[in-house]
Design a protein around this ligand. Structure first.
Ligand SMILES: Nc1ncnc2c1ncn2[C@@H]1O[C@H](COP(=O)(O)OP(=O)(O)O)[C@@H](O)[C@H]1O
Ligand SMILES: [Mg+2]
Length: 324
C-alpha cells in the first residue's frame, strides 16, 4: 500500500463566498505507517479526510491528486471508486460516528449486509462468522449482533463503528477524532484497540485529533495543520522531542504535563485562527506567533526540508526558534 497526496486543494462555496479549507497539502504514506494529523478546530482535518474518502459535501470542490498504489483515486470515476476503493481499500471512522448506523436495523445485520454487498461471492454464514470474530477482537459481547444501535453504550457503539471500518480489511483506515464523544475510560480503550487492531496488524492509519497527546503512542509520523495547510510533518519522536514550527510548539505546550505528580500550568496559544473566507497575506499563523517578523506578515512560507522534516516557517532553521 502506498498513499501519495499531491497538491490537494479543497474549496467550499457558500453563496458568493468561498473558502480554501485545504491548501496545497502533500504527503505520502507507506504500508504500516501511522500518521497523526493534529490541529485546532477548523484547520481542515475533516475536509482532508473527506477528500480522501470522497465524501465531501456538494458545495466543495477538490483538486490535485491522491494516488493509492499509484492510481489517482481523486480523479477516478466515482462509481469505480465506490465499488473498488471505498470501504474495501480505504475506510473511515467518522468524526460524528454515533450516527453511522441505521437506528431501525440490528447492528449485526447491517455489518453482514456491507460484506455481502461488497463481496458477492461470500455466503451469509461466513459473513456472520467474520462479524462475530471482529466483535470478539474488539471486546464486544456476542449479543451485540442482535442489538439495535440505541441499545449499545457509547463505548460499545464506537467499537461497532471500528468493526465496520475493519470489516473488509482495508489497507488504509482514517480515524477522525474517534474518541471525542467518549468518557476517559472508553477513550483509553478505543485508543488501545486502534493501536492493537489497526496499527499493530499492519494497516496504514491516519488518526485525526485536536489533542496531540492522544497520538503519542500511536503515530509514527505527525502532521500539524493550520488554516488548511500542513505546517510541519515528520517523524513523531523527533517532533515531540524538538518541534520546529512555532505552531507545533504551541500545540505541544498546550498538553498538561502530569509527570512528577503535579499538573503543570496548561498553556493555550493566544488568539484565534484566521477567517479563511477573507484573503490574507503572509503566514496564516503570524498574527499569533510571538516570533513573527516583517517577512512573516508579507510572504507565506513554503514547505521546506529542515532537519529531516518538512516545515512551513521562514525561521524553522534559525536558532531563534529553539528559544521560544
Ligand atoms: N460543508 C461546508 N460548507 C462550508 N464550509 C465548511 C463546510 N465544512 C467545513 N467547512 C469549513 O471548512 C473549514 C475546515 O473545516 P473542517 O475540515 O471541519 O476542520 P476540522 O476538522 O479541522 O475542525 C472550517 O472553517 C469550516 O467551517
Ligand atoms: Mg473535524
Amino acid at each position: 500500500m502506498s498513499l501519495e497526496v499531491r497538491n490537494l486543494n479543497v474549496t467550499y462555496y457558500v453563496g458568493k463566498a468561498s473558502m480554501n479549507a485545504v491548501r496545497d497539502v502533500s504527503f505520502s504514506l507507506e504500508r504500516g505507517d501511522s500518521l497523526g494529523v493534529i490541529g485546532e478546530t477548523g484547520s481542515g482535518k475533516t475536509t482532508l479526510a473527506s477528500a480522501i474518502m470522497r465524501i465531501l459535501p456538494p458545495n466543495a470542490n477538490a483538486s490535485g491528486n491522491i494516488l493509492l498504489n499509484g492510481e489517482d483515486i481523486l480523479n477516478m470515476d466515482i462509481e469505480k471508486f465506490r465499488k473498488t476503493v471505498r470501504w474495501k481499500k480505504i475506510s473511515i471512522i467518522p468524526q460524528y460516528s454515533m450516527n453511522s448506523f441505521n437506528p431501525i436495523k440490528k447492528v449485526g445485520e447491517q455489518l453482514v449486509k456491507i460484506i455481502l454487498e461488497h463481496e458477492p461471492n461470500t455466503d451469509v454464514h461466513s459473513a456472520v462468522e467474520r462479524v462475530m470474530k471482529l466483535f470478539e477482537n474488539l471486546n464486544l459481547p456476542p449479543e451485540t449482533f442482535q442489538k439495535y444501535p440505541e441499545e449499545l453504550s457509547g463505548g460499545q457503539r464506537q467499537r461497532a463503528v471500528i468493526a465496520s471500518a475493519l470489516l473488509l480489511n482495508p489497507e488504509l483506515v482514517i480515524a477522525d477524532e474517534p474518541t471525542t464523544a467518549l468518557d476517559v475510560i472508553n477513550q483509553a480503550r478505543v485508543i488501545s484497540l486502534i493501536k492493537t487492531r489497526i496499527v499493530d496488524t499492519g494497516h496504514t492509519l491516519i488518526y485525526i485529533t485536536h489533542d496531540i497527546a492522544v497520538v503519542a503512542g500511536i503515530a509514527k509520523k505527525i502532521a500539524t495543520m493550520y488554516a488548511g495547510k500542513i505546517m510541519e510533518i515528520g517523524d513523531s519522536k523527533k517532533i515531540f522531542k524538538e518541534p520546529l514550527h512555532p505552531y507545533t510548539k504551541g500545540l505541544l505546550a498546550s498538553v498538561p504535563d502530569i509527570r512528577y505528580g503535579k499538573v503543570k500550568k496548561i498553556y493555550y496559544i493566544p488568539g484565534d485562527p484566521p477567517d479563511m473566507t477573507k484573503p490574507f497575506r503572509g503566514c496564516p499563523f503570524a498574527p499569533r506567533c510571538s516570533l513573527a517578523k516583517d517577512i512573516c506578515r508579507e510572504e507565506e512560507p513554503q514547505v521546506r526540508l529542515v532537519n529531516g522534516r518538512l516545515v512551513a516557517c521562514h525561521f524553522a532553521d534559525k536558532e531563534v526558534i529553539k528559544n521560544v
